[in-house]
Design a protein around this ligand. Structure first.
Ligand SMILES: Nc1ncnc2c1ncn2[C@@H]1O[C@H](COP(=O)(O)OP(=O)(O)OP(=O)(O)O)[C@@H](O)[C@H]1O
Length: 534
């Protein structure tokens, strides 16, 4: 396989293209690209009207490469302009071959989430209109009738499940794919890593022509597993282009930090951090929807400017929360893996990973939601329990530069407030129990089991939520290992009976207020000279 990287642009294109420092842009103007014959005046005029002047490195690499019709993997760090890198050549190729709306679908773009599909459609819209090309988006909830417009469907963008259903539906004849020329998988590793997506992808591919379709797979993290699987699914060879000379996955403009916080202090620490960042635009990642809801409920009580958006909720609410956050100047969004990939939300100042990412690649995509485009900066904060700090070695192995941050301050007041809030509110208790079950389940299924090992969690402290119950932790550890002091505990009778120190007088399911706990004070300065929160 031929691997073309950014150093090779220097041979192909003079002068050396990359702008100084951490810029994602090249020195090459749109006019220069047009003179090379790589794009038409209509592309240049439209992009210029939108405020673009130069191509980014990945765009400069992808354009001549994709015009050759070769099957290609496109790799470049998060926020470096991969969307236009695959859209511009697709438009140019269809134009060059005289593809018309009447020929049916010319380019099919698949994305793992609805939000990302809509985002790609938004980037495509002005360009497609300028070319006179039609485009439609097919995601969960799209009605078959609305698909067949008079304008046609030259570009189709969608999510795997709904696309598979629609393309295989013979009652929707306007979606003619027999002339398809280009198939693009955005966030390809996510699409190929997920069993249900892969199944839908296979169904889609079965409906496409076997010959003539150029396949383009795009991601900031194209691992070898994804490359092997794609070769098997498509039965094709690929070229690999990367805009990263030193294997970087994220821009150096993201200041990445971590906090080592014992389990019992995590919630108070999160509240403290969010109180400090009230005037910033922040995304906080959790590992389950139940965890998002539980933390939302608790954080609301601290009058923080928060809201949530996650996968398992009605599309209308999800879309409205997404649009709201898009427009906001400040505020905190609590979310799950839904927002991990591709979201191009302007001016996000901070990314907080409260629950560890499921895979190292997810870390890269999560922090990549800040510092996007040219000249933008941002910060990322990873919460780790002390026993999880081995994860830092994995990140550093992926060229992630991450420093420790420490706080000064006493968390006791907030901790007391959280405990009494939970003790007084049955609804929050129930939400917390569910969240805790999901947390344990997610932890058990973690891809990096040697690091995120449920058996190695500090069982003297509650792992994440201030209680455990028989259905979750007690089957994982001998009951004797369950601590009897230092946390709020809700246990069913059987478990409570064996924990005399926490037994309620009635002997029924009990709620025990926190007993004496260690107080913790965080020194002001980071040992490695890191900064505090800004
Ligand atoms: N040539 C360009 N000049 C200036 N800004 C650009 C250019 N191309 C793209 N951008 C901006 O860069 C930002 C990130 O682009 P895009 O969403 O395509 O990134 P990406 O590489 O797909 O990121 P991710 O891997 O996170 O999905 C967008 O806000 C976009 O407007």
């Amino acid at each position: 396989m031929h691997i073309l990287d950014v150093t090779e642009i220097d041979h192909r294109i003079n002068p050396i293209p990359i702008m100084a420092g951490s810029s994602i842009l090249t020195n090459h103007s749109l006019e220069w690209v047009q003179e090379k014959g790589w794009c038409s005046p209509v592309t240049v005029d439209t992009l210029t009207a939108l405020g673009y002047k130069h191509l980014t490195a990945v765009q400069l690499l992808a354009l001549p490469q994709l015009l050759t019709k070769a099957n290609t993997y496109i790799h470049a760090r998060t926020g470096s302009g991969k969307t236009l890198a695959f859209l511009i050549p697709a438009l140019e190729r269809l134009k060059a071959m005289g593809f018309k709306n009447k020929h049916g679908v010319g380019a099919l773009i698949i994305s793992p989430t609805r939000e990302l599909a809509v985002q790609i459609a938004t980037v495509l819209k002005p360009l497609a209109e300028a070319f006179g090309f039609s485009s439609i988006t097919i995601t969960g909830g799209t009605k078959a009738k609305s698909i067949c417009t008079k304008k046609g469907c030259m570009f189709v963008i969608g999510t795997p499940g709904r696309l598979a259903e629609t393309l295989l539906d013979e009652d929707i004849p306007c979606l003619k794919v027999c002339n398809l020329k280009i198939l693009i998988l955005d966030e390809a590793d996510r699409l190929l890593d997920d069993g249900s997506h892969t199944q839908q992808l296979r169904r889609i591919i079965s409906a496409l022509p076997k010959e003539q379709v150029q396949k383009v797979l795009v991601s900031a993290t194209l691992n070898s597993k994804c490359q092997e699987l794609s070769k098997e699914i498509f039965m094709a060879d690929f070229s690999f282009i990367t805009a990263e000379q030193h294997g970087a996955f994220t821009t150096s403009q993201i200041k990445q930090k971590y906090l080592s916080v014992p389990a019992r202090e995590r919630m108070s620490m999160l509240i403290t951090v969010l109180q400090t960042l009230q005037k910033k635009k922040v995304i906080v990642f959790f590992n389950s929807c139940h965890s998002v809801k539980f933390h939302y409920k608790v954080l609301q009580e601290f009058k923080l400017p928060i809201f949530y958006c996650m996968g398992q909720e009605k599309q209308a609410r999800r879309s409205s929360m997404y649009s709201k956050f898009l427009e906001m100047k400040r505020g905190t969004l609590l979310t799950t893996g839904l927002a991990e990939r591709g979201w191009d939300i302007p001016c996000v100042h901070w990314i907080i990973q409260y629950d560890p990412p499921h895979k190292p690649e997810d870390y890269i995509h999560r922090v990549g939601r800040t510092s996007r485009g040219e000249g933008r900066t941002g910060q990322a904060l990873l919460f780790l329990r002390p026993e999880e700090c081995k994860f830092l070695d994995v990140l550093r192995g992926m060229h992630v530069k991450i420093d420790e941050i420490e706080f000064s301050g006493d968390l006791n007041d907030i901790q007391d407030k959280v405990h009494s809030l939970i003790a007084d509110n049955v609804e929050i208790q129930q939400m917390g129990k569910l969240a805790y079950k999901k947390f344990v389940r997610a932890y058990q299924c973690h891809k990096l089991k040697k690091i995120f090992n449920i058996q190695e969690l500090d069982l003297e402290e509650p792992p994440c939520y201030p209680w455990r119950d028989e259905g979750t932790l007690c089957h994982l550890v001998p009951l004797t290992a369950v601590p009897t002091t230092g946390f709020v505990l809700v246990l069913p009778c059987s478990a409570v009976d064996s924990l005399s120190a926490t037994r309620s007088p009635a002997g029924s399911t009990s709620w025990c207020a926190p007993a004496a706990r260690k107080s913790s004070t965080y020194p002001l300065n980071s040992p490695r000279g890191g900064e505090g929160l800004e």
